[in-house]
Design a protein around this ligand. Structure first.
Ligand SMILES: CC(C)(COP(=O)(O)OP(=O)(O)OC[C@H]1O[C@@H](n2cnc3c(N)ncnc32)[C@H](O)[C@@H]1OP(=O)(O)O)[C@@H](O)C(=O)NCCC(=O)NCCS
Length: 144
């Protein structure tokens, strides 16, 4: 998961992202608090996404580090990974999903809007990168 995140983000997401400072131990800790999905295309690892619970009512998860390796982009695989999270969240009675987008990647807002997310200033992200300006926050309410 650590490796595929790095592969998907490098060259696309600015070098001051906190992703590049993550360790395998940190990623393992996040995964044990929540979970994640790896995407395979044939026998090639093509992408991943992670999620974990946040202190917010109703029951909510934060989604992080969605990434699809460049060679596999443009085929809707990012949406497929997000759908896997949505399905898992429903099965665990999660009602709200939240995420942050770097302010220097505003095009991603429409990507997430197509997946049912809306801009939401009320979202408090689990972590704010002190090296970048405040992230754009979005959320989606899940219907059963
Ligand atoms: C986001 C991502 C998983 C989507 O993969 P995908 O399902 O194959 O979809 P695409 O790569 O075709 O991207 C969908 C749209 O988002 C835009 N986009 C994706 N990553 C972007 C980035 N880092 N910065 C700006 N725009 C980005 C694409 O340009 C595209 O918009 P367009 O259709 O207007 O050109 C993939 O682009 C990726 O891994 N990006 C790098 C990591 C990243 O930024 N993750 C999101 C963190 S919030």
């Amino acid at each position: 998961m650590h490796r595929v995140s790095l592969q998907a983000w490098t060259g696309r997401v600015a070098a001051n992202s906190s992703l590049y400072r993550e360790t395998i131990e940190y990623v393992a800790g996040l995964l044990s608090a929540g979970g994640g999905f790896l995407l395979w295309v044939g026998d090639e690892l093509a992408g991943s996404v992670r999620y974990f619970p946040v202190a917010r009512q109703p029951l909510s998860w934060e989604i992080k580090r969605l990434g699809v390796i460049a060679a596999h982009r443009g085929q809707g695989l990012g949406a497929l990974l997000m759908d896997a999270v949505h399905e898992q969240a429903r099965s665990e009675a999660v009602q709200v999903l939240q995420l942050g987008i770097r302010a220097d990647q505003p095009r991603l807002v429409s990507f997430y809007e197509q997946l049912g997310y809306a801009l939401d200033d009320a979202v408090t992200l689990s972590a704010q990168n002190p090296h970048t300006i405040a992230a754009i926050t979005m959320s989606r309410r899940l219907v059963k």
